[in-house]
Write a protein that binds this ligand. Structure first.
Ligand SMILES: Nc1ncnc2c1ncn2[C@@H]1O[C@H](COP(=O)(O)OP(=O)(O)O)[C@@H](O)[C@H]1O
Ligand SMILES: [Mg+2]
Length: 307
């Protein structure tokens, strides 16, 4: 049988450019070479790529993350060229990279979310009022962001202005969210188009004030724990995961993240439609727990794109 030609797309005009390079490296090293040939397709920081390389591939493997890559733009570009690609389509990618739209969609699906509100430069003056209304601590985040970049936990109204400035560096829209105090953070991996494999919930154990860039990528003490939820919570969180994934139209794979407060209230935090996918990232770790190893995972993600 002829090998399938996989266009490994990575890099990108995204703050998560470097994370993407790591994801691509892992995939390149671990992909099943008996089934697949790999063509490297690098997108530079200005968003440029060698379009000729796209001509002869069977599927694009999207090893990218963040704005311009995970938000539907790259997906639309590939659709226009009739190229098959891994992961979610245009619409689900758009919704889930837009924290305001994503929260709106979760709310509409009856999923529990923290209090939140979106702002842009036109209603910037109303942010302070809103924060006074819902009370600190709050999180101020760029709307279209990832890897905890540009976001700040604000404990006192005096620190609000700086946090707003910081978030607006990355996007012209921001989201203000009520903070869950000392949350437990639970993540689940999902694989599938219609019939879903949902992983066991993994609980993130980190040392930082919140699960920030350092905790995610550098701190060696960050770890994942399994079997930390009782049977009832476990069942509830898996149901929410399925509802969120199908409800926002995800395909292929995604990671669904939750926050749990001290009274055991579960809040859905976000869906990552192109989660970090190095051999040691959360998504493969969660899937490995369900018996799907990294190499097998890559093959299945490609198979799902061909379905
Ligand atoms: N509303 C919140 N309450 C408590 N912690 C939060 C909240 N929002 C974000 N965080 C913390 O910040 C981290 C990153 O936020 P998240 O919205 O997941 O952004 P990203 O898309 O960059 O991963 C979370 O994993 C969590 O540690
Ligand atoms: Mg997150």
């Amino acid at each position: 049988m002829d090998k399938l030609k996989i266009g490994l797309i990575y890099g990108g005009a995204s703050p998560e450019h470097e994370v993407s390079i790591s994801t691509a490296k892992s995939i390149r090293e671990n992909i099943d070479r008996d089934r697949f040939d790999v063509v490297d397709i690098f997108i530079d920081k200005d968003g440029k790529l060698n379009e000729n390389l796209l001509d002869n591939i069977d599927v694009a493997f999207l090893a990218v993350h963040g704005p311009n890559c995970e938000d539907g733009k790259l997906q639309q570009y590939l659709e226009d060229r009739k190229i098959k690609y891994t992961g979610s389509g245009v619409k689900a990618s758009q919704i889930n990279m837009d924290k305001i739209l994503m929260h709106d969609a979760f709310k509409a699906a009856g999923l529990p979310v923290v209090e939140y509100k979106g702002f842009d430069k036109n209603n910037i003056d109303h942010i302070k009022n809103y924060v006074e209304e819902i009370d600190c601590p709050v999180f101020i985040k760029p709307n279209n962001g990832g890897s905890s970049i540009g976001m700040t936990k604000v404990d006192s109204i005096d620190d609000l202005e700086k946090a707003i400035q910081e978030a607006f560096k990355f996007d012209d829209k921001i989201i203000v969210e009520k903070a869950v105090v000392k949350p437990r953070e639970i993540e689940l991996a999902v694989l599938g188009n219609n019939d879903l494999i949902i992983s066991e919930p993994g609980e993130i154990n980190y040392q930082e004030e919140f699960y920030d860039y350092n905790a995610k990528y550098f701190n060696q003490d960050t770890s994942v724990l399994f079997d930390t939820l009782d049977e009832n919570m476990n069942k509830k969180i898996k149901e929410m995961t399925s509802k969120a994934y199908l409800g926002t139209g995800c395909k292929g794979y995604a990671r669904v993240d939750f926050l749990i407060d001290k009274n055991e209230n579960i809040f859905i935090n976000e869906i990552n439609t192109l989660p970090g996918c190095t051999a040691t990232s959360m998504f493969p770790k969660l899937m490995a727990k369900s018996g799907i190893g990294y190499k097998e995972l890559i093959s299945r993600i490609i198979n799902l794109a061909l379905e």
